[in-house]
Design a protein around this ligand. Structure first.
Ligand code: ADP
Ligand code: MG
Length: 170
């Protein structure tokens, strides 16, 4: 894993394997707090779900995240409950209404949303947007963490600290 902090407080992380992406999620899982909201964007196969799987490992969830095939939403129970949404199959924004996302956001839980553009308007104005892109190598992915709001700038800071510890073997 290679990490670069940008002057605008964006954090860029290069993952060189599926295991590294999972490990990154796991480390993030140790930092998450109730109310944290993440939007994950990027092409199919860019590693979003694998990253969420790592987060569930970090939260010591009773099951590890997988791609939801039918349900738009799944709740994982762990040190902190995690809502994982994949809105790829959403056909209209109206389908979001019964999920009552605003209500879920008030719960003592964290939330990660793949293909979340339609949910953005109804949710908080502060969040982390993580953009996943493919790198030069077959197994390389570049994750860019764009923080919106103080809490998310803090998460980037904490993530930087944790990753440096891992890199130096402390
Ligand atoms: N560095 C990497 N990080 C994450 N996934 C990777 C990486 N290299 C290869 N892959 C592969 O890419 C795929 C990512 O799948 P998935 O996490 O379901 O993507 P998404 O949810 O973005 O559609 C998996 O098959 C995984 O093995
Ligand atoms: Mg996915």
């Amino acid at each position: 894993m290679r990490i670069r902090k940008e002057p605008d407080e964006t954090l860029m992380i290069w993952s060189d394997s599926p295991a590294e992406t999972e490990e990154l999620g796991k480390i993030l899982g140790g930092i998450l707090q109730p109310g944290d909201l993440f939007f994950l964007s990027g092409d199919l196969g860019s590693g979003k779900t694998l990253f969420v799987r790592g987060v569930t490992l970090g939260l010591a969830s009773t099951e590890a995240a997988t791609s939801p095939t039918f349900a738009l939403i799944h709740r994982y129970e762990g040190k902190l409950p995690l809502y994982h949404l994949d809105l790829y199959r959403l056909s209209s924004a109206a389908e979001l209404i019964p999920l009552d996302l605003e209500e879920l956001c008030q719960e003592e839980a964290a939330m990660m949303i793949e293909w979340g553009e339609p949910a953005k308007e109804v949710l908080a104005s502060t969040y982390m947007e993580v953009v996943f892109t493919r790198g030069e190598e077959e197994e390389q992915r570049v994750l860019t963490f764009h923080p919106e709001g103080e809490r998310y700038r803090q998460i980037n800071h904490l993530l930087g600290v944790e990753l440096e510890k891992t890199a130096t073997g402390k």
